[in-house]
Design a protein around this ligand. Sequence first.
Ligand SMILES: Cc1cc2nc3c(=O)[nH]c(=O)nc-3n(C[C@H](O)[C@H](O)[C@H](O)COP(=O)(O)OP(=O)(O)OC[C@H]3O[C@@H](n4cnc5c(N)ncnc54)[C@H](O)[C@@H]3O)c2cc1C
Length: 619
Amino acid sequence: MTQTTFEKEKVSSRNPLTPNPVLRGGYFVTADTSSEEIFITEEWSEEHRMMAEMVTDFCIREVQEPFFRRGRELVVTNEEDRKEVLALLKKAGELGLCGVSIPERYGGMGLDFKGNALFSKVAANGFSFATTLGAQTSIGCLPIVYYGNEAQKEKYLPGIASGELIAAYALTEPGAGSDANSGKTSATLSPDGQHYLLNGQKIWITNGGFADVFIVFARIDQDEKLSAFIVERGFEGFSAGPEEKKMGIKGSSTVQIYFDNCKVPAENLLGSRQEGFRIALNILNGGRIKAGAGGIGGAQLSLDKAVQYAVERRQFGKPIAGFGAIQYKIGDIAMRAFANEAALFRTADYIDRKEAELKAGGMPDSEAKVRAIREFAVEASIIKVKGSDLVCYATDEAIQIHGGMGYAQETGIEMGYRDARITKIYEGTNEVNRLLIVGELTKRAMVSKELDLVSAGKKIPSFLLRQLALFRPKEGYAEEERIVQGLKNTFLFLSGMAGRKLGRKMIEEQEIVMNLSTILSEAYVAESVLLKIKKLERMESADKEKLKIQRQMMQLYLYEALAVAKKAALEAIGSFADGRRKRTYNLVANTMLRPYDVNPKQLRRNIAGFIIEKRGYCF
Ligand SMILES: Cc1cc2nc3c(=O)[nH]c(=O)nc-3n(C[C@H](O)[C@H](O)[C@H](O)COP(=O)(O)OP(=O)(O)OC[C@H]3O[C@@H](n4cnc5c(N)ncnc54)[C@H](O)[C@@H]3O)c2cc1C
């Protein structure tokens, strides 16, 4: 992938050996970020755009059009449909779509991280096939890309890139879901040192019904941590169960797999002994951003379908798109998709730049890739949670806009609703991710001391004084900057006060941690969308007509973020403080989250009006 002009300028103007503070996970909480420092989707390179178009065309031609001809979704428990899914994978492989994340020297496309995130977003057009393709291009092959030795890469990656080999990732077990390191699958080295014998069971394995290559996590002897292995379907002692009957993503294969003294050659140990859990987590960090991207893509797709229907469907003598209640939904989904997308690609670009920075400092390619993704674990979890919540919300509202037709199989809308639901469960459940957001940030502040939350918190008194002042600067984006800072300060203030009151016990008070996570997530997305608008304002090539609406989406997002954060803040305070302290904290939170003077009804109407006129999401 070539860099955009903007990227080239940034890279050339900075000494690559000086770490850029912006490229530090969680940095956004402690400092301001300049809009120059973020990537926005208007800066996609020609190659990125072409790839996105190719994937979208493929999904429309090969998945959506056949769906409407067939009048029903693909279901892998049906033999004919299963063949259809395999044929789809083959076609995707021929177009190079199975190798987007595999380096070119192994036959892949070698897309950068943000290109991969874009791929995941547009692949949502492929309904449940996006999950099949996602496992192939992400969790199924990246462990080999990042941790494989040369022989392993040469043996497996070209086949996965071409689609001749299908890949899967097997971590979950009946007794080990969110607590993934507690798996019981065992591995024992044979006396001659030639093989590991694997015994155990994995469940919920995407692509497992037809995958040729599995990344399997198992414990060697009594090791504390898991190790990772590349297991082929043909290995002696391997077997797979029948397809699970699921609520959604029925076109995606999900099975249990079993190891009964399964003979895995010793050279198929991936990475080093006990490195498996680290591999599993690092792969999931990247997977979370892609899951969030898929959620945003799915939300935009449902919005498009809903808008097209709303324009055609007439009731009470006019198209339902003319009703305020329908416009509310259209404007709201669009605003959320737009804001979350700003955060998504801001983060994905940080990862690419961090990787470049680490490589410039002499770090080997694969290690730099993993470290760069790991750096943004907080942001990755935010994007996963927000993207999955968004697609569930958008598909629900898309059904509502379709009325009874939304409930009918033939429109595909109810399928989208069922398919969306899994995104809150896999790649780490949303509860686990929300806990991670705060847990990871706190670790960086308290343990590794990478983030100075205390100094950032010291600025809160002067911020509060400014909030109380009668003079309110109106120029530029002063008010919006105040809102973003208020969100960050609310997080800093409440995490400090809750930490002081609860100490180490805070981790057990999950309800409060969830509240803090909500506030932090709103701060990140609100800042991202504001930075995007600021950057667009300075961009000569920006489409002025669109910018007017984009600005209103930013305003509406900030308005909503304040409401969401205020509820979470007051709930947290009510949960850990009482008496005079509670009253003081409530006053502080209310002052920091002072309302934003906009007309939300008009903003939603304006946004919806534009999208209805353009017949779909067009940002
Ligand atoms: C369709 C599908 C495809 C999948 N694909 C794969 C795959 O390809 N490979 C693979 O390895 N796995 C896969 N999974 C498994 C998936 O990652 C797990 O289902 C997920 O991690 C949750 O684990 P669990 O189902 O055991 O739920 P549990 O961990 O039992 O969680 C149940 C509930 O408890 C909550 N919970 C758990 N721990 C905590 C905690 N510490 N604090 C607060 N709440 C908590 C959870 O948030 C959840 O609400 C897939 C699952 C499905 C359904």
